[in-house]
Design a protein around this ligand. Structure first.
Ligand code: FMN
Length: 171
């Protein structure tokens, strides 16, 4: 099993990297694409079988609120396949104080044992909540590295933030 030591950096050059993300309004997608430009690897967009409405209120106060309150993890269009990867970046918006439910489905539907997970979160002011703890709970026997938590307000001028974060965890 691959366990990164606490505080130790990991070498990316000999690892296979996947960047998996869910994004409803585009912020997390934007960060995922920035990460791909910086570290390479493959990218996978997590999408639900039944798409969320395009209307904010219908999504936030309708379906997403219901899924949060009833702990519903929606079916995905494609559960993805992490088996060939060593390091999986996982991106989610903060939705109702935790990760978006489709990311929960993604975590539950794949076997992450022995892999390194690197979370990234965009939020609207609430911060990262317990998303890292929730990721650890849903993915057994993984090593979860320090997350990137981004307050998505207006212009996502985040290159420095992403660089500083990556510099602390990879070389
Ligand atoms: C359904 C829903 C729930 C949200 N819940 C929260 C929340 O609990 N805390 C928060 O800070 N932002 C919340 N937001 C704001 C998003 O986290 C923020 O806009 C994020 O950057 C959106 O990412 P995306 O563009 O990749 O979908 C919520 C947005 C939506 C649509």
């Amino acid at each position: 099993m691959i366990y990164a030591k606490k505080g130790a950096k990991m070498r990316l050059s000999d690892k296979k990297v996947l960047i998996a993300y869910f994004s409803w309004s585009g912020n997390t997608k934007y960060i995922a694409e920035k990460i791909k430009l910086k570290v390479g690897g493959d990218i996978f967009r997590i999408e639900t079988k039944t798409p969320y409405p395009t209307d904010y209120n219908e999504t936030a106060y309708g379906i997403a609120k219901k899924q949060h309150e009833e702990n519903i993890h929606p079916e995905l269009k494609d559960i993805g396949d992490v088996s060939n990867y060593d390091i999986i970046f996982i991106g989610t918006p903060a939705w109702w104080y935790t990760m978006a439910p489709p990311v929960m489905t993604f975590l539950e539907s794949n076997n992450f044992e022995g892999k390194i997970i690197v979370p990234f979160v965009t939020h609207g002011g609430g911060g990262g909540y317990n998303i890292v703890e929730d990721i650890k709970r849903l993915s057994k026997n993984t090593s979860v590295l320090p997350p990137l938590i981004i307050y998505a307000k207006g212009n996502l001028n985040t290159d420095n933030e992403i660089d500083n974060w990556l510099n602390n965890i990879v070389f």
